[in-house]
Design a protein around this ligand. Structure first.
Ligand code: PRX
Length: 635
């Protein structure tokens, strides 16, 4: 029995107590026994949560890619590190061993250096789910460049704002990408974006779809040309524990996305430790996480967590419904996948199709099936359990966030009894508390409150890029000295947690974290629009969908409403991406506001849900008549 792996519920409670009582000893031992360091730390942690000043493993020196790749080469050189499953099932699956991954990452790292990328420089990666995305992300980490992976479904405006925010020197993209039957011209999206980005010195292009692209001689370079004469060996950069590993943007309740900053050592330790335990990882497993590397789930549990454990990780380029609704299960059968980690929205969308798509496939290799990103509702939980897990693979509903770096609340497979819609218990080292509005910890069971984490943990975000003030205000001010997640939660009689949803202006649509403010900003730019308020409402497949209450300027009154709706959604797609489009639009003559002029979104949320009765206290409402009018016009 190793200290690293938890083998029983009894051991979980023992580890848990120890981790909370003696966190330095707990994390120190895990860090010491499981990784390669150039130099170990002075202090395991040095944290002040009041000031949001967070350091782990101070002064330790390491390189995360040495831990992900080099140290496995002796024992696992010929083992598959990455299995790439292309969009088109006719195209061959690619198997990349640890030896090959080493060579490709080193060569790419040398290529980046050749382009002048240095330690600390920011590199924006806007690539589809192809091996080069993993390889170039690791290549950045190898040379100490900070990767900022932007999901390749974002629009050029959203991409540009992320490039500008962190002064990116190099942008990496591909000519195009495959999405089912469609092709997306990624390079032209990048061309549009970099027009507004003076910091960008080069755009490196990976060949994928072989479409014609515009070429800028001073800016553009082909990846294959850059690495052509580069060595396949590379000495990794020696990084400090607190050197920035990556920036990953997430939505907030204001218009500007937040560049969450994760650093090297603490992130590495928690990614590896949590992966090993949560997925009950064993040496010959074939692990598959369906998330894109553009999201935190892809960073921690497709890339770093598995590779740190010497695992085989599957990367799928395409969509779940191409060429048919059975594609995912065909891949599980073909690759003999043992762990499957996905999102509730995907489960719900496949659950509405015939069960023969899943039942006709041999899924007997599966041991653990997991979910993340939004609440896994009861119906979806049972479908997943019955048809995918066949009631023998535990359903692991895991709660965490871009900010937390790794999974925080989750059952451990074969150890924690699961309960539909509950994310159950905290990981060792994680101390959740529920807070009331007066900043008191809520004790006991069957209670609901704001979910906070009381003590620091290694993989917590350190800051928001260039905006530590916002970091402190967003996460450590509402409940001083504690990390505030922005989610509400319930604790039941056995201490299990259930996430009740966001308590701020963020809506989770199909597992994507969307701030309503940037969507409103995008709509308000339309010349015919006076004002808008966006809220989420429950949706069968997406979990939540977006409902827009929109007022039109007098000058816009003549416009055709159907066209206007299309224009609004186009405007959103251009400025954020198609994921943020509105499902319902209601044109209204005014919005319910408080006397101080603030829109009462609470009322609009209720109207969008179809609940016209439970508005709560509306005594500060300036214009109650508008509420009746909006109720009548509900779409
Ligand atoms: O509201 C919670 C929801 O997703 C939010 C975090 O989104 P993001 O930073 O994009 O990271 C998603 C992947 C880690 C949370 O604040 N959320 C995440 N997991 C769950 C969840 N809601 C309910 N149940 C979950 N298992």
């Amino acid at each position: 029995m190793s200290y690293y792996k938890i083998e029983s519920l009894e051991e979980y409670f023992k580890h848990y107590k120890k981790s909370i009582r003696e966190p330095r000893k707990f994390w120190g031992k895990i860090a010491e026994e499981n990784f390669t360091w150039y130099q170990t730390w002075e202090k395991v942690m040095d944290v002040n949560l009041i000031d949001a000043d967070i350091k782990w493993f101070t002064n330790a020196k390491l390189n995360i890619t040495k831990n992900c790749i080099d140290r496995h080469l002796n024992k696992r050189g010929d083992k598959n590190a990455l299995i790439f499953e292309p969009n088109n099932p006719e195209e061959e699956t690619q198997y990349i061993t640890y030896n090959q991954l080493y060579e490709r990452v080193c060569q790419a790292a040398n290529g980046l250096k050749k382009l002048g990328v240095e330690k600390g420089d920011r590199v924006c990666i806007y690539l589809p789910m192809i091996p080069e995305l993993a390889i170039l992300t690791l290549a950045c980490a190898r040379i100490g460049a900070i990767h900022s992976v932007v999901f390749a479904g974002f629009s050029s405006a959203a991409l540009a704002s992320r490039i500008v925010d962190c002064d990116t020197k190099l942008v990496i993209t591909s000519d195009g990408s495959y999405r089912g039957e469609k092709q997306v011209p990624l390079k032209s999206i990048v061309d549009e974006a970099v027009k507004q980005c003076p910091s960008v010195q080069k755009v490196m292009v990976v060949k994928r779809t072989n479409i014609d692209i515009a070429w800028n001689e001073t800016l553009d370079v082909w990846f294959e040309d850059v690495i052509a004469n580069c060595s396949k060996n590379n000495n990794p950069e020696v990084m400090d524990a607190e050197d920035v590993l990556f920036i990953l943007y997430t939505s907030g309740s204001t218009g500007k996305p937040k560049g969450m900053v994760h650093t090297t050592a603490g992130y590495m330790v928690y990614a590896a430790y949590s992966f090993a335990n949560i997925f009950d990882y064993k040496e010959d497993d074939i692990y598959w996480c369906t998330a894109d590397i553009g999201w935190i789930t892809g960073h921690t549990y497709l890339l770093y967590g598995p590779l740190l454990n010497g695992a085989t990780t599957v990367m799928y380029e395409g969509i779940p419904t191409y060429p048919d609704f059975g594609r995912l299960w065909q891949i599980v059968e073909k690759l003999k996948v043992t762990q499957f980690y996905t999102a509730p929205t995907l489960i719900r969308s496949l659950a509405k199709e015939s069960t023969s798509w899943v039942d006709s496939r041999d899924l007997s290799s599966l041991k653990v099936i997991a979910s993340v990103g939004e609440p896994l509702n009861e119906e979806a939980w049972h479908w997943y359990n019955n048809h995918v897990g066949k009631k023998k693979s535990p359903v692991i509903d895991s709660w965490w966030q871009t900010e937390t770096g790794g999974i925080m609340l989750t059952p451990l497979p074969f150890i924690t009894p699961t309960k539909p819609t509950y994310v159950t218990l905290p990981m060792p080292g994680i101390y959740p508390v529920l807070m009331d509005e007066r900043n008191n910890e809520i004790e006991g069971s069957q209670v609901v409150g704001s979910l906070c984490i009381k003590y620091p943990w290694p993989s917590m975000a350190r800051t928001i890029w260039n905006d530590h003030k916002r970091f402190k205000e967003t996460y450590f001010s509402e409940f001083p000295g504690k990390y505030f997640s922005g989610d509400g939660a319930l604790r039941d009689e056995v201490g299990y947690y259930r996430i009740t949803g966001r308590v701020d202006d963020v809506v989770i649509v199909s597992g994507h974290n969307l701030g309503t403010a940037p969507i409103e900003d995008a709509i308000n730019e339309h010349p015919a629009i006076a004002e808008s308020a966006i809220v989420g409402y429950p949706h069968e497949i997406k979990g939540n969908a977006l409902y827009g209450f929109i007022t039109i300027k007098e000058t816009g009154e003549y416009r055709d409403r159907n066209n206007l709706m299309k224009e609004i959604n186009q405007q959103i797609a251009n400025s954020i991406g198609p994921i943020a489009k509105l499902d319902k639009i209601q044109f209204v003559n005014g919005l319910p506001k408080t006397r101080s002029g603030k829109i009462m979104r609470r009322i609009l949320r209720k109207i969008a849900e179809g609940d016209f009765e439970n508005y709560g206290d509306i005594s500060t409402l300036l214009n109650p008549e508008i509420v009746i009018e909006i109720e009548k016009g509900k779409v």
